[in-house]
Design a protein around this ligand. Structure first.
Ligand code: NDP
Ligand code: GDR
Length: 342
């Protein structure tokens, strides 16, 4: 039985990856943070299946800011594969907590890599790298493994350090380490403060009369949005190769935040019209003229990534990976799940 360690197992991707690896017969060890309230909502269902939960899924308290626990868990588990998904993953929040973001998202990766080097545990390492490295400079799309980087937030700069330390440890110490440069991927398990989930949750609540309107920032930002469930398979495939390499996972399509809003409201039968008063734009319901979307400057970022569009050709050719869920299916799935949750 193969063993895997997942940092960030309580997050969106960690929960899908845990399911995926358990289904493949892995023994999965997740590192979780001690928090004052429960933080295992996304993986609790795995423990309901006693066969899986009690025998092949294990949780260990730890933190990427603490080397001693990483060394201890590595030495105890002696995994075949490590998936480093743990991070302060919110771009806007990284402007408010830049030093902590660097501690976790940059030095945290180094801590784990160095633990592998020092203990000599023979394992493969996946690093959750990101399309934020590119900075979305118009004219550079579609972004691929060879597109130059221009990180535009403390988050992206921290992830850039991790990207390069992965390559350095691979070359210097022959550690099997890969960067998965993943473009945005979403799901019903997406954190509520990321824009897609914020939109679908608001649409569901508006449909049930629990919320009046949705406040957003930049409606013109473009993202290459896929489904998280598709992307965890790509992570695993990267570690099944004979040579460690870096790969882009993306859909090859880009859409504005505005398009996401329109499609989500259509799911509850509302057509959004946009009106620009000259001061700020508003999204109104075409029938009732009620304002359903407004702009709040607090959601604008000091520096914005305007346009992301990935080129997944290398992953498609070499890993045989391809996204399955379309943009339209993703929006539908997320609105439906949020309505059901209410
Ligand atoms: P989430 O924010 O949903 O999950 C982040 C996870 O990291 C949580 O389990 C969180 O724990 C954990 N974590 C946070 N801080 C620490 C710490 N100091 N030590 C250990 N664990 C910590 O992120 P996603 O699942 O969406 O993303 C997974 C990874 O992929 C992240 O590294 C992210 O930056 C990266 N990424 C994500 C993309 C996306 O579109 N989703 C695209 C490209 C890259 P807790 O539950 O306690 O908060
Ligand atoms: P992103 O995701 O920054 O791409 O990072 P997010 O959903 O936060 O923002 C996407 C775009 O939407 C615009 N936006 C808003 N964003 C948020 N969160 N809230 C709003 O109200 C809002 N209004 C408009 C943003 O300005 C931005 O342009 C995600 C994270 O998962 C990272 O960890 C990951 O590395 C990248 O995706 C790829």
């Amino acid at each position: 039985m193969k063993k895997a360690i997942i940092t960030g197992i309580t997050g969106q991707d960690g929960s899908y990856l845990a399911e995926f690896l358990l289904a493949k017969g892995y023994e999965v060890h997740g590192i979780i943070r001690r928090t004052s309230s429960f933080n295992t909502k996304r993986i609790d269902h795995l423990f309901e299946n006693a066969e899986i939960g009690n025998k092949t899924l294990f949780l260990h308290h730890g933190d990427l800011t603490d080397s001693s626990n990483l060394n201890r868990i590595l030495d105890k588990v002696k995994p075949d594969e490590i998936y480093n998904l743990g991070a302060q993953s919110h771009v806007q929040v990284s402007f408010e907590v830049p030093e902590y973001t660097a501690e976790v998202d940059a030095v945290g990766t180094l801590r784990f890599l160095d633990a592998i080097k020092e203990t000599g545990v023979d394992c493969k390492f996946y690093q959750a790298s990101t399309s934020e490295l590119y900075g979305g400079i118009p004219g550079t799309e579609p972004q691929s493994e060879t597109t130059p980087f221009y990180p535009k937030s403390p988050y992206a700069v921290a992830k850039l350090y991790s990207y390069w330390i992965i390559i350095n440890y691979r070359e210097a110490y022959n550690i099997f380490a890969c960067n998965g440069i993943l473009f945005n991927h979403e799901s019903p398990r997406r954190g509520e403060t990321f824009v897609t989930r914020k939109i679908t949750r608001a649409v569901a609540r508006i449909s049930k009369g629990k919320q009046d309107k949705l406040s957003l920032g930049n409606l013109d930002a473009k993202r290459d949005w896929g489904f998280a469930g598709d992307y965890v398979e790509g992570m695993w495939l990267m570690l099944q190769q004979s040579i460690p390499q870096d790969y882009v996972l993306a859909t090859g399509e880009t859409h504005t935040v505005r398009e996401f809003v329109e499609l989500a409201f259509l799911e509850i039968g509302i057509n959004i019209d946009w009106i620009d008063s000259g001061v700020e734009e508003k999204g109104i319901c075409s029938k009732t003229k009620k304002v359903l979307v407004d702009i709040n400057s607090k959601y604008f970022r000091p520096t914005e990534v305007e346009l992301l569009l990935g080129d997944p050709t290398k992953a498609e050719k070499e890993l045989g990976w391809k996204r399955k869920v379309s943009f339209q299916e993703l929006v539908k799935m997320m609105v439906k799940a949020d309505i059901e949750e209410i």
